[in-house]
Design a protein around this ligand. Structure first.
Ligand code: ADP
Ligand code: MG
Ligand code: MG
Length: 879
């Protein structure tokens, strides 16, 4: 017969999948001799058997439970349901992955009217016995019969009020006896039956309830958010009770072996005397800090400290330990690796390496890449956040925290920022015209758009906090109001705070603390650099972004978008003139002005790069993004260009496209107007010459976007090369430079061997490649992809994590074909996927030379690249 139930002594910490995390660790602690109350574990396999047989707990399994229960009676010298000396147990859920507070536990099971009386006379302490009984009725009622806890809480509050008590501990045995009677009445009223008196029946119902709790809505949502497979199931731990609620020499508490918010090496925790179970976290009484236990019970305190050391050395990680003291005797009830902030994760991992307990490789694997984000942005002070008033919740589009005054247009945001105001830009959605306003704001809030909307993508690139798609809000940009769900209005200049990590919008100002990097962080990052094989470059268009990225460890620029330089208020009129010019001569005169402007940008970047790679993409975006919208803009431009308004309007209409994303953009523009790319290439090379003359090494990469065929690239390359070589002839120098292409159109992937004949490098533009491979536009997809996740049609957002089977296969094909032509072809990624850890792992496996991402993602990419390399070497430690 299959075995479903295990004594603690039969398990070990490696058996998490079968015994659940809690059970495996209880087993491990039992076997290393720690004072764990005895017990046994019903395995996750039993949970799956229960679920698969239509929620029926099989008789075989329950028989096996009874055998182990008999063994537990032997070990404790107590008997289940026997009124003279009753065995009481806890029934504790325990999944393979820690899901704190998500599932259910019942304490003091086995109590009924008779055993409660028996326990009272045995211990000569009817108060404690009755206290345990009332707790049991409430927990059992809640977990097994779903009676809302507040029914019981109300009765408890009432009896305290009648007697003028402040604390639960003031309740006398008589009060508790009365409370038990009231609780039983509540139970009967809610369920239509008497409180079950038969302990074996209590046990059966509790086991079933724990199995069911695996599928409760809280647990289901938690698993979805944390990517935990629902097929694991939960184990059930049945453990002899120990009692922390038996007076002032008893108690219960939680301790961490190190500080989980700072990582400092010092025990950290809290306890409550005369208490049981969750009293510490429930906030009924204020717990005392763990240090205070030293005075109250020095022997117990020392034993606890020793246990902390022992467990940490055994698990080689910071532990979160639950304990109970019964009449000055210490019991350990749980250990697990403690949840921690990013700061603590780094400090603990680095310290453990210095203490000789783990290797650098293990430290690198342990720090979660996604946690690093937290560290790089300012965050709210926890306590301030707790009391904050939440106005609405949107999508956590870009992490970080910000507090400021609301403004509804980019222009007003800029003006307010220039007056020194911390601004939160509030829009229905943002567009490229809002860039400056976004850059000057502390954070961005939009009502429409998803995680990959313009606002979200740009904010992440800027490392700025953003909440997108906050559809609960009605934003009226004209009236300059936000209308909340309850009808309240907020006006321009009013203060709000955004938590980009949770997506919550708060009223008023919430206190902030600055991001702190350096020290341990730098040390871990140095180890990451030693391990990783991918280079990490940055997507940066401005000196400020580039400098910041270098501080974060970037090794060059992987994508400098020249169009972002064009959006500047002073430049956009010239850009518009360039686009709307009717003749080559007219266009070339504007291009001369723009060239000088671009040279300022490029020389600045080359100086900062100091010999590092700088990849500059020639003009790419759809034309309509540059065109004037308002009548005022058109009038002004018309006068600047010596045209009438109707003339200019006609020209603008002639450029309108049905689908600009698939329209006249990128290299297609250069086929029609080669002078634009010629100008840009000249600006790049003339800048390189200037910087070279200053004695700074420079090696630009010139990147052509949106190439589908070799012939396009060939034509453009010839035009550019010609311009470049005239500069060299004129200046009497020759500098190294590369001309390469974006690979972002499926056709380019398929014909990459041919394209490689004309390209010195490939840079995968995985955003457009994803868009074109799926055939849906990124901004529109944000509106319907949620349905795809809900119906399990897509596992996750392909714009965030690369779709390996489809888009990834195209990348792989291009890599292979590119290498057929040039074995050493330089290849990298510049799409948003370049900053996504899972995608980075894929690019590492393809043997690309670099990934490029936004400045704030650089440290994440460095760590992810190191982890990818370690995974490949199978240096993974079991988690
Ligand atoms: P969770 O998974 O929510 O932490 P637990 O199963 O750990 O739930 O139970 C919560 C608390 O109940 C424990 O921290 C402990 O204080 C108490 N508890 C559980 N089992 C026992 C027991 N056998 N004796 C005394 N207290 C117990
Ligand atoms: Mg616990
Ligand atoms: Mg593109």
């Amino acid at each position: 017969m299959r075995k479903f139930v295990y004594q603690f002594s039969e398990g070990s910490k490696e058996m998490k999948n079968l015994l659940g995390g809690k059970g495996a660790n209880l087993a491990e602690m039992t076997n290393i001799g720690l004072p764990v109350p005895p017990g046994f574990i019903i395995s996750t396999a039993a949970c799956n058997d229960y679920t698969n047989s239509n929620k029926h707990l099989s008789e075989d399994i329950f028989e096996e439970v009874k055998i182990h229960l008999a063994e537990l009676e032997r070990q404790t010298g107590k008997i289940f349901g026997f009124k003279e000396n009753p065995l009481l147990v806890s029934v504790r859920s325990g999944a393979p992955f820690s899901m704190p507070g998500m599932m259910d536990t019942v304490l003091n099971l086995g109590l009924n009217d008779a055993t409660a009386r028996g326990l009272a006379s045995l211990t000569n302490d009817s108060r404690s016995a009755l206290d345990s009984y009332r707790r049991f009725i409430q927990m059992f009622g809640d977990v097994v019969f779903e009676i809302p806890s507040y029914h019981f809480e109300q009765a408890l509050t009432q009896i305290k009020k009648t007697n003028n008590y402040l604390l639960d501990t003031e309740l006398t045995a008589e009060d508790l006896s009365e409370l038990v009677a009231t609780y039983k009445t509540i139970f009967t009223q809610a369920t239509g039956q008497n409180f079950p008196q038969e302990p074996l029946e209590q046990l059966r119902l509790a086991i079933i309830a724990v199995f069911n709790s695996w599928m409760n809505p809280r647990a289901v949502i938690y698993r979805r958010l944390n990517n935990i497979d629902a097929s694991f199931g939960t184990a059930v731990n049945i453990q002899a009770m120990v009692f922390g609620n038996t007076g002032e020499t008893s108690g219960t508490g939680i301790t961490f072996t190190r500080n989980p918010s700072t990582g400092e090496k010092a025990v950290f925790g809290e306890f409550l005397l005369n208490a049981q179970g969750e009293d510490v976290v429930a906030g009924i009484r204020t717990p005392e800090p763990i240090k205070a236990l030293e005075k109250r019970m020095p022997i117990v305190y020392n034993e606890l400290i020793k246990t902390c050391e022992l467990l940490e050395n055994h698990y080689l990680d910071m532990q979160d330990i639950e304990f109970t003291i019964e009449k000055e005797k210490l019991f350990i009830l749980q250990t697990r690796s403690g949840k921690r902030t990013a700061k603590a994760a780094i400090q603990v991992a680095v310290d453990l390496v210095h203490e000789g307990k783990i290797t650098k490789a293990e430290a690198l694997i342990r720090v979660e890449t996604k946690q690093l984000d937290q560290l790089l942005h300012p965050t709210f002070v926890e306590s301030a956040l707790k009391v904050g008033q939440v106005l609405a919740t949107g999508l956590p589009a870009s992490p970080g925290a910000a507090t400021g005054q609301i403004y509804f247009t980019a222009k007003e945001a800029v003006q307010a920022a220039e007056r020194g105001i911390s601004v939160i830009l509030v829009r229905n959605e943002t567009s490229p015209e809002d860039i400056e306003g976004m850059a000057k704001s502390a954070a961005i809030l939009t009502a429409h758009g998803g995680m990959t909307s313009h606002a979200a993508v740009v904010a992440r690139g800027m490392g700025k906090c953003c909440i997108a798609g906050c559809s609960e809000l009605i934003i009226n940009e004209k009236e300059k109001t936000i209308i909340l769900k309850n009808g309240t209005q907020l006006h321009e200049g009013e203060q709000i705070s955004l938590d980009g990590t949770s997506g919550k919008v708060y009223l008023g100002e919430i206190e902030l603390t600055e991001a702190a990097i350096g020290g341990h962080f730098d040390e871990l990052m140095t180890w990451a650099d030693e391990e990783k094989q991918l280079m990490i470059r940055v997507n940066a268009d401005t000196p400020a972004d580039f400098k910041k990225a270098l501080l974060f460890g970037a090794e060059g620029i992987g994508l400098c978008r020249t169009e972002h330089m064009f959006f500047d208020e002073k430049r956009i009129p010239y850009v518009r003139q360039m686009i709307l010019a009717e003749s080559l001569a007219e266009r070339e005169s504007v291009l001369t002005t723009l060239k000088e402007m671009q040279k300022e940008d490029f020389t600045a970047l080359f100086r900062i790069a100091d010999g590092r790679a700088v990849n500059i993409r020639l003009l790419d975006p759809p034309l309509h993004e540059f065109l004037p919208n308002t009548n005022r803009e058109i009038e002004q431009l018309a006068s600047e260009m010596n045209r009438t308004v109707p003339q200019l309007t006609k020209r603008i209409h002639s450029l309108a496209e049905t689908n600009p994303m698939l329209g006249h953009r990128g290299s297609r523009l250069a086929i029609t107007f080669p002078e634009i790319y010629r100008m840009q290439a000249e600006a790049i090379i003339e800048s390189a010459v200037i910087v070279h003359d200053e004695g700074i090494a420079v090696h630009p990469e010139i990147m052509i976007p949106l190439i589908a065929t070799k012939s396009e690239l060939k034509y453009i390359k010839k035009e550019i090369k010609h311009a470049i070589h005239s500069i060299f002839d004129k200046e009497r120098v020759v500098l190294p430079y590369d001309i390469g292409t974006m690979i972002e159109i499926p056709r380019a992937c398929v014909t990459a061997d041919e394209i490689a004949e004309e390209a010195q490098f490939f840079s995968f533009g995985t955003n457009d490649l994803t868009q074109l491979t799926y055939g849906f536009s990124r901004d529109d997809a944000a509106k319907f992809l949620s349905d795809y996740y809900e119906k399990n049609i897509l596992p996750n957002d392909p714009f965030v994590t690369i779709d390996k089977e489809g888009v990834g296969a195209l990348v792989e094909m291009a890599v292979t074909r590119g290498r057929m032509t040039h074995a050493n072809l330089k290849m990298g990624v510049c799409g948003e996927h370049g900053g996504d850890p899972e995608s980075i792992r894929f690019f590492h496996q393809l043997g690309l030379s670099y990934v490029s991402c936004s400045p704030y993602r650089v440290p994440i990419a460095r760590l992810a690249a190191a982890q990818a390399s370690l995974h490949e070497k199978e240096m993974l430690t079991t988690v």
